[in-house]
Design a binder for this molecule. Structure first.
Ligand SMILES: [Fe+2]
Length: 384
């Protein structure tokens, strides 16, 4: 029996000013002493001031605590320190506030709150993870979609490898998508995170597993990104575009519970070995992977093209793919990112090391066509 499992359990509040709902929702969830987990860079932002004002305006007797040391690429100690802060404040819930790193740390800290002796490298899916403290996830970027994801990526100190902690119990109880919180994101970061969301939608839609619910979400996510991302980059105060990008990012991450593809396998080593932003790395590798896939499965991207608003319903398969890939390339340029890996300091001599890491990454296993280590090296060259 091919048993499929479809699950979309996260309550999500979306809208400009949605953060104002937080105190009421905390009360409804019986939360009295939440710990806010965020990164140091956010403390001085308007987004954080809004959170402070909102929590400060809670009804009397309620209080909250803060842990703000999270690194941009989270490490094991971030998770331990958050759990320590939770215990010393006698907290009863976690509010993860920020980009993907703060959200991932806030999520994972709850594992150590339940099991203080747990070594993250030895996390086991099979253990009983029920009864974790509730998580409220509030993103301040629109890209990773970590707020609706069931995994947390943390670098293990001893091995310097990234551990992917995956469990449905890690899901947030409540997600708040408030465009006011992403208003201050600079254009380059808006573009890079937005193209990460687009990559999630395209890779999950074209991955071969059976998940028509995720496919529908992915296609609508693509439609929203191509309409809203250029506007959000052009005018950071366009709250309609900002709000749509937050929703599209969440949709991308919901869709990729289906799976991802080779673009993400290429992108992960570009971040660890060359320091590229994850979204930028995806954006630069995506067209090369699309060309590689389309050559082997003509017509694979026709429906992606239709979601982009292209008239490719009736044209030959190869033409539908080519026009869709060209559209994605132009979008990357339109939102202000470079086109080639060399523009970001990646060196030809690094291809072997990059491909050696990329083949160990699990994402390419659900690429629409299989890839070898040599293919991955060829793809780095094609994107270079
Ligand atoms: Fe991603």
């Amino acid at each position: 029996m091919n048993l499929a499992s479809f699950s979309f359990p996260t309550t999500t509040l979306s809208g400009t000013g949605a953060l104002a709902e937080l105190p009421t929702r905390l009360t409804r969830l019986g939360i009295r002493r939440p710990l806010v987990v965020t990164d140091g860079g956010l403390i001085a932002t308007d987004a954080f001031r809004k959170l402070q004002q909102t929590l400060g305006a809670s009804e009397q007797g309620k209080t909250w605590f803060l842990h703000h040391g999270v690194h941009p690429n989270p490490i094991e100690s971030d998770v331990h320190e958050s759990a320590d802060a939770f215990r010393s404040g006698a907290c009863d819930a976690v509010i993860a506030f920020g980009g993907g790193s703060a959200l991932d740390v806030g999520k994972a800290a709850r594992l150590l709150i339940k099991c203080p002796d747990l070594k993250l490298a030895e996390f086991r899916y099979e253990d009983d993870w029920s009864g974790l403290p509730p998580l409220i996830a509030i993103p301040t970027t629109a890209g990773t979609g970590s707020e609706v994801g069931r995994s947390s990526v943390v670098t293990i100190t001893t091995t310097q490898r990234k551990a992917v902690l995956f469990h449905p119990e890690l899901l947030a109880k409540l997600v708040i998508l408030d465009a006011e919180l992403t208003r201050g994101l600079p254009p380059k970061l808006t573009a890079a995170t937005g193209l990460d969301a687009l990559t999630h939608c395209i890779e999950s839609f074209t991955s071969p597993n059976f998940h028509p619910l995720c496919d529908g979400i992915a296609l609508e996510g693509i439609h929203i990104v191509v309409e809203a991302l250029p506007r959000a980059v052009r005018d950071g105060n366009d709250l309609d575009a900002r709000g749509k990008m937050l929703v599209a990012a969440a949709m991308g991450a919901i869709a990729f519970q289906k799976d991802l593809g080779a673009t993400h396998s290429l992108a992960h080593p570009l971040s660890t070995l060359c320091g590229l932003h994850h979204g930028t790395a995806n954006a630069l590798c995506l067209p090369a992977v699309m060309k590689f896939n389309a050559q082997r499965k003509p017509g694979l991207y026709r429906r992606v093209g239709i979601a982009c608003g292209l008239d490719v319903v009736a044209c030959p398969a190869a033409e539908a793919d080519a026009r869709t890939i060209s559209f994605v390339e132009k979008l990357t340029v339109e939102v202000g990112l470079g086109q080639r890996l060399r523009d970001y300091g990646v060196k030809e001599e690094q291809f072997d090391a990059l491909a050696a890491q990329a083949i160990l990454d699990g994402c390419h296993q659900t690429n629409p066509v299989p890839v070898t280590q040599d293919d991955l090296k060829t793809l780095y060259r094609a994107a270079w």
